[in-house]
Design a protein around this ligand. Sequence first.
Ligand code: WT7
Length: 668
Amino acid sequence: MTTPTEAHARPGRSDASGSTAPSGDGSVDGGRTSYPPSAAFVAGAVAHEDLHHAAEADRLQFWADQSRELLDWRTPFTRTLDFDDAPFAKWFDDGTLNVAENCLDRHVRNGLGDRVAIHFEGEPGDTRTITYAELTADVQRAANMLSDLGVVAGDRVVVYMPLIPEAVVAMLAVARLGAIHSVVFGGFSAESLRARIEDAGAKLVVTADGGWRKGAVAPLKPAVDEALEGEGTDSIEHVLVVRRGGNDVTWNERDLWWHDEMAKAAPEHEARAFPSEQPLFILYTSGTTGKPKGIVHTSGGYLTQAAFTHRNVFDMHPETDVYWCTADIGWITGHSYVVYGPLANGVTQVLYEGTPDVPEPGRWWDLVDKYGVTVLYTAPTAVRSAMKAGRQIPDARDLSSLRLLGSVGEPINPEAWHWFRQVIGHDRTPVVDTWWQTETGAIMVSALPGVTQLKPGAAQCPIPGILAEVVDEDGNRVEPGASGLLTIAEPWPSMARGIWHDPDRFIETYWSKFPGRYFAGDGARLDGEGDIWLLGRVDDVMNVSGHRLSTAEIESALVEHDGVAEAAVVGADDKTTGQAIVAFVILTAAAADGVDRAAVSEELRQFVGQRIGAIARPRQVVIVPELPKTRSGKIMRRLLRDAAEGRTVGDTTTLADGGIMAQITELM
Ligand code: WT7
């Protein structure tokens, strides 16, 4: 499978010795600042260079070697990749393993039982220190509990939880049984939860009474109750409820307290081995239609790449590092870089339940100081919020433990990159910008600290063993200096194995634009040195605070409102959240009559929040008399984006009604 094109994947500017790299504060390179590999990483750089060489020499052998090195296989695999049924890949498929055992028991067996797995900090300030031995014991008991409740391999279990240790325990207990978890972000509405339960045909929901957010308890159990009143949820046999918020909950026959059932369950659980391709989880993500896609990931390949990238992109030293990824387990980042990657690597990490500014804006930096965090992985939107709050807040804390910073979710603007490096990293820490997706399962494009000269704002190079290529509309690789579409030319271990119950949509969405290539949906530019700069989505998918939302999904929520005749949604540039949702709405004749615009638009904002979840609430709902349509009736979102971003509206000559954009701009 190794082709000459793979040379393209190699970071050509590496300098493992550091001797010829520009020194000091960053040098200007093609008009942009770049930083030499940090001295702190030069020792590890040789090993990182070797990884690139090994992957270039034989890509499949490289992944097989990594998998054997990073994981414990019960039955060793002999086949690395089977792509005969492309685009449905099988990796290491004659091997067997238990994912939970790889994340837990084997570390205890290796004498690391006393190592802290999780430093948990609740938003109100309660803390728990959980060692690998304790986490293993909890997961074993929880696996027995789930098994007593009838969960068997292949069953789907929905996890709708705050960011507390039991959420991690629930995921790993499901994995231990060879069952499939579907984590639904706690900020999603009852209706979003219902739709996911229905689509997956789940047997059980694990939830909590509520969790702490922004200084108060945000209830979760009531949303589960509401979801289960809806259609298509008869498959649910029980709801397991963790007591966390202490809020009142109504109790149904199917409900069980987590602590009661845990107390009844046997403590020891023997982990069975499952095939490498045993499904591990489904995670729903927004696409270009109204219906979220259930992305399916399996076991051996997923865990290999999650562990590999976690170890190498973050240059992990599990004996000494204290790692903190601020993502919620409701997103893929939380799956791969809170649960599976760090635990497979036996790393100590921080898990924080709440928001960065409770009880005051310095909370995150207090946690870095308190736990001595060495590696921090977060999103540009969080960096920009911290910038807005002012540098005096982090400056008042001791952040000297930090040695590496990571960014994910959207392109990080150079201004935020520099602030992150200077104010949080005290100019000592590399910042790695990691590009990947729910579908890719793990990091695909990122600088490796110590190897790559860092360029603020660029994700830069495919990691070893990945063939990320920028192509033109015809699928030909573009030359350095040109822009195009980001694709992956060869299968990779943690790639999605499909969309739950919808193989056709998987093929259509990702594999039909460029036959034989995975199309990511992102635009990208190659700079003169062949480094990759992400340019954002090229489809109707928005990125709000690093979270993916579809315009179509929000439009369909809006038109479910009685007063709405038509809706068009666009993502507009936003200083803090990257993009913000702006909706243009035509009211029905009845609703439009003598309407209080401000009140209706606020009502519609709240309505979307209730239908999908608070993250989908538009920044602005503009009530308009008509939408800009071509003569064939196609809505020209490009013009609406111009209006939403306060730009001069572009070419309107193809519109059926040439005057409409002037009216809309007037209403903004
Ligand atoms: C989309 C995937 C991967 C976890 C977070 C989001 C955008 C992600 C970067 C980055 C530029 C990025 C892309 C991608 N994205 N990371 N470092 N630079 N863009 O996961 O919800 O599956 O969204 O997020 O547009 O397609 P997701």
